[in-house]
Design a protein around this ligand. Structure first.
Ligand code: FNR
Length: 193
């Protein structure tokens, strides 16, 4: 069973990033291999506070850590807030990166995408997100950038991202993620042998 965790950088009910991830969920569900796809809600994770890192961590932080620790892959979709990821996403990833040396993201295949109603698809938020993932020793999925521009125009009347070009890009990213998992599996098997 391949476990995939989805993280949206937006808490908004009508978020285009969350819509993109719902499309990712449908695309993963079409694959032949058994999969489990879970969304990680980040809105209830408190602000990072080092006083609570080792003891008295909140239930939301513990749940996030264990969900990610059990995952094979993550797909993160982010808006750009003034050229960076929203604070709520950075905060969640900072929690996941701790304690030092025990980053829950380490060794996970992570696919990154972004979406916005603007013409650049929030691509300017991606480099810093990828740097953070590199710092955590996550395996960022190699793929040309997926930055869904004018994303609101790619939603159908029920708010789902069904527009064919967007779906094709997301499918290509999902394919690359599963290919990264296959290669990682081979590498880990050869190290263990
Ligand atoms: C934005 N937005 C925005 N858009 C953009 O293309 N470049 C930017 O730098 C910013 N900056 C920005 C800052 C802040 C504080 C907010 C709240 C918004 C607009 C943003 O792309 C838009 O709200 C998206 O719809 C957010 O994504 P979701 O919530 O639809 O997933």
């Amino acid at each position: 069973m391949i476990k995939v965790v989805l993280i949206s950088g937006s808490l908004r009910r009508g978020s285009v990033n969350s819509a993109a991830l719902r499309a990712v969920r449908r695309i993963v569900g079409e694959r032949r291999e058994p999969t489990e796809v879970v969304s990680l809600p980040i809105g209830r994770i408190p602000f990072y506070d080092g006083d609570f890192e080792y003891a008295r961590t909140t239930a939301a932080v513990r749940a996030a850590r264990s969900l990610v620790a059990a995952a094979d892959a993550l797909v993160i979709s982010t808006p750009s807030y003034n050229g960076a990821v929203p604070g709520v996403l950075k905060n969640a990833l900072d929690w996941l990166s701790r304690p030092d040396g025990a980053c829950a993201l380490s060794g996970k295949a992570v696919a990154v995408l972004s979406a916005s109603p603007g013409g650049r698809g929030a691509i300017d938020a991606q480099p810093a997100l990828m740097d953070l993932l590199d710092a955590c020793e996550a395996v960022v999925v190699e793929h040309p950038p997926v930055a869904i521009a004018r994303a609101h125009e790619r939603l159908d009347e029920s708010g789902e991202m069904t527009e064919p070009d967007a779906v094709a890009e997301l499918r290509s990213l999902v394919d690359a993620t599963f290919e990264a998992l296959r290669i990682l599996g081979e590498q880990r098997a050869s190290v263990a042998a």
